[in-house]
Ligand binder design. Structure first.
Ligand SMILES: [Zn+2]
Length: 343
């Protein structure tokens, strides 16, 4: 085989592996957006159901953008612990007050997720006001993503992947591997969307609930690691013909049990909050007729996915587009190795 043929076949093989693995780690985000649709009132559910595929698939768009768009990465988290022990209680809630105390640079360095949610609440309300169907869909999907992130404990700490405590890989373990293994058993009957009069405070509440769960997220993993040892903590699974190292099912089950419903509670809280926000935006925009809107001609928005230039030096996370992924003996595209490789 000459060199160009070899290159093309390698590229083809990797394309196959990576495109089929692409949606794997995004399971929870997609579930959250999808289930939120079913909490909406009659006046809204028809329009959202019509586009449920879009709302589901595009739930992961913000993660795909974080390596390409300047200013994107910081929207997904807030490292509360850098502001001191009781930051959760002492930190100014309003953006202007927080900027006055810490400077905008500092806030952006350590993440702005609660303010991002509040900003998107305003943008989605405006899209409803303009009766802009394509924008309503795009912003609904994006807002669902940031709300999901705000509810994840490891999105509220500088030790976001356990890298400061020798627990590398815990980020993907908690937010990808556990939902993938156990979400089928979760109860996603959550009731109805309700009006949220204080969106910014609600965003802070989500971050706060996630942050207080952090001690158990890290502590239980540490405790179980001592009990299991590395040989039982990890196992190998075949994905797309490649052997990849994963947290063993036994370890995952023990951890999940120890967390006592924590992942399910955070997912349920996310789903409810997403539906509440979509509903609130629609109400604040004067309850436009979405059935009428659904009959208009519009196209679902699309985003370019091909990476340009070098990826931005942001903290690594799932969602790195194919062209930027690196490969190693454990195979491409797998969240645990993707984290390790991107560092
Ligand atoms: Zn994210």
């Amino acid at each position: 085989m000459n060199r160009s043929l070899a290159f093309i076949s390698t590229w083809l093989l990797c394309s196959l592996i990576c495109s089929s693995a692409q949606s794997w780690g995004f399971y929870a985000h997609q579930r959250i957006n999808r289930y939120a649709v079913f909490l909406l009132p009659t006046e809204m559910i028809g329009f959202y159901k019509k586009h449920i595929q879009f709302i589901t698939e595009k739930a992961v768009n913000p993660d795909k953008r974080r390596y390409a768009v300047v200013g994107e990465a910081e929207r997904h988290y807030i490292d509360l612990d850098v502001y001191g022990d009781s930051a959760l209680y002492k930190m100014p809630r309003r953006w202007e007050d927080a900027v006055a105390r810490y400077t905008e640079d500092t806030l952006r360095t350590y993440g702005i997720v609660p303010w991002q949610i509040n900003r998107m609440k305003y943008q989605l309300t405006e899209a409803f006001r303009r009766r802009d169907a394509a924008e309503i869909l795009r912003l609904s999907a994006d807002l669902g993503h940031y709300i999901g992130d705000a509810n994840v404990p490891l999105h509220t700490t500088e030790n976001y992947n356990g890298q400061k405590t020798g627990q590398n890989g815990i980020h993907g373990f908690w937010e990808s591997r556990l939902p993938e293994l156990f979400a089928d058993q979760y109860n996603f009957f959550i009731g109805r969307a309700s009006y949220e009069a204080h969106p910014l405070m609600r965003a802070w509440q989500a971050v706060g609930e996630a942050h207080v769960a952090l001690d158990s997220v890290l502590g239980f993993e540490r405790e179980l690691t001592l009990r299991f040892g590395d040989d039982r903590k990890y196992s190998y699974e075949t994905r797309n013909g490649l052997n990849v190292r994963v947290y063993s099912k036994e370890f995952a089950a023990a951890y999940h049990q120890m967390l006592a419903g924590q992942v399910e509670r955070r997912m349920r809280a996310s789903i409810k909050m997403v539906a509440d926000f979509w509903f609130t935006c629609w109400v604040d925009a004067g309850q436009p007729d979405l059935n009428e809107l659904g009959r208009q001609t519009y196209v679902e928005p699309s985003e370019p996915e091909a990476p340009q230039g070098e990826p931005l030096p942001v903290r690594p996370h799932e969602g790195m587009p194919f062209g930027w992924r690196k490969f190693n003996a454990q195979g491409c595209c797998y969240w645990e190795t993707a984290w390790a490789n991107a560092r």
